[in-house]
Design a protein around this ligand. Structure first.
Ligand SMILES: [Zn+2]
Ligand SMILES: [Zn+2]
Length: 373
């Protein structure tokens, strides 16, 4: 039986397009070109994160004109002639990075640093549109997860990479600053992979309340919002945990907190730099502390090859070429996995983009997603 390689496709699609920084509109445009190895995804949901605010302002390497969106979830609508492992209708999530495979770093297996890396939704069009294309080797099938929750797979893949970098030992004590979406996932990953006592410290508000409802840690500390009292609160933490923690993760992006964090790392422990900081931020850390106490300072940024793991932590991963017929229902996740319910707490339609931006600016949402019919 012949395998259909596309749905009936419309000639035009609606997309949120930026002509330049801060100048966006909803446009009708032609569907993206499908190259031989590409999959055309009919987008069902696309997550929105802090990066999209930077892109709005023209930062983060954004190349205009651009359809942003780097957390794309949908169904396979069509595929190129070279694609063998997918069916029209398969539920999929896309890894937004295209790696070259032949640069200095790719040749050494360090693809995260690919010098010719292309980011969908940043440099080329992404998922804030009814349709988007991705190379088939960056597209993953999943089930047992709703479309909206599946927008967390990209941040979860980054958290899974963080877990690889941290490589926690069994019985580690963990302190994590920040309770954003990735932090909440990373805290749970650490807890399930060697963490025996996990503490989340974050400013009072929606996010730490969510952290509690997700049961993402054993202990929760509310941090004040101003820098001076933060230092005092960290002193209290140090008094309560005099030997510090085996693993301290700074996931707020606040350089002052990072500077203080090292005082909470136990001798021989790990300090994980996991926030997005201002380019001009500086921290002052006593080198003798790193030297004498053998503290490992670890950076973790983005991810490669972690989508299968992320899918299995949040839902269920399906190997390619093993699904027949395609899975088209939008089922919620089983219990007993990384708990993500309520992290995406608001959804918007394309034409509500300005309202969405406003909500992100004033931090009235934890994580938002654009949704499509
Ligand atoms: Zn993002
Ligand atoms: Zn490369």
């Amino acid at each position: 039986m012949e395998r259909p390689n596309h749905f009936d496709l419309p000639p035009l699609m609606r997309a949120l397009e930026y002509n330049e920084a801060r100048n966006f509109s909803i446009v009708e445009k032609r569907l993206p070109i499908i190259r031989e190895q590409d999959i055309l995804i009919k987008v069902k949901a696309c997550g929105i994160c802090g990066t999209d605010l930077h892109i709005h302002d023209g930062e983060f390497g954004a190349q205009f004109p651009l359809v942003p969106g780097h957390e794309t979830v949908g169904v396979v609508a069509a595929f190129g002639s070279g694609v063998v492992d997918f069916n029209v209708g398969d539920r999929v999530v896309a890894d937004n990075s295209e790696l070259c495979g032949h640069c200095h770093y790719c040749r050494r297996g360090k693809e995260l640093f690919c010098e010719n890396f292309i980011a969908h939704g940043v440099m080329v069009d992404g998922g804030f549109a009814e349709y988007a294309t991705y190379p088939a080797n960056r597209v993953f099938k999943f089930k047992n997860l709703s479309d909206v929750d599946a927008t967390l797979l990209e941040p979860a893949a980054c958290a899974a990479h963080g877990l690889d970098k941290i490589a926690p030992q069994m019985g580690s004590s963990v302190l994590l600053f920040g309770a954003g979406p990735t932090g909440l996932i990373l805290a749970q990953l650490l807890r399930q992979n060697g963490g025996c006592h996990t503490v989340i410290a974050a400013p009072a508000g929606l996010k730490i309340e969510l952290a509690k409802s997700l049961n993402a840690a054993d202990e929760f500390i509310e941090l004040p919002r101003d820098a001076h009292t933060v230092a005092a609160r960290m002193e209290e933490l140090r008094t309560k945990h005099p030997y510090g923690f085996d693993i301290v993760v700074e996931a707020t992006g606040n350089a002052k907190i990072l500077e203080n964090s090292i005082n909470l790392v136990t001798k021989g422990g790990k300090l994980v730099v996991y926030g997005v900081y201002g380019d001009d931020n500086r921290v002052s850390i006593p080198p003798n502390k790193i030297f004498k106490e053998e503290i490992n300072v670890i950076g973790s940024f983005s991810q490669t090859y972690k989508f299968p793991a992320a899918i299995d932590y949040l839902g269920q991963y399906l190997p390619v070429n093993k699904t027949d017929p395609p899975l088209t229902n939008n089922e919620p996740a089983d219990e007993n996995r990384i708990n993500i319910s309520g992290i995406v707490n608001k959804t918007y339609k394309l034409e509500q983009w300005q309202a969405c931006l406003d909500a992100l600016e004033n931090k009235s949402v934890i994580k938002a997603a654009l949704v499509f019919d």
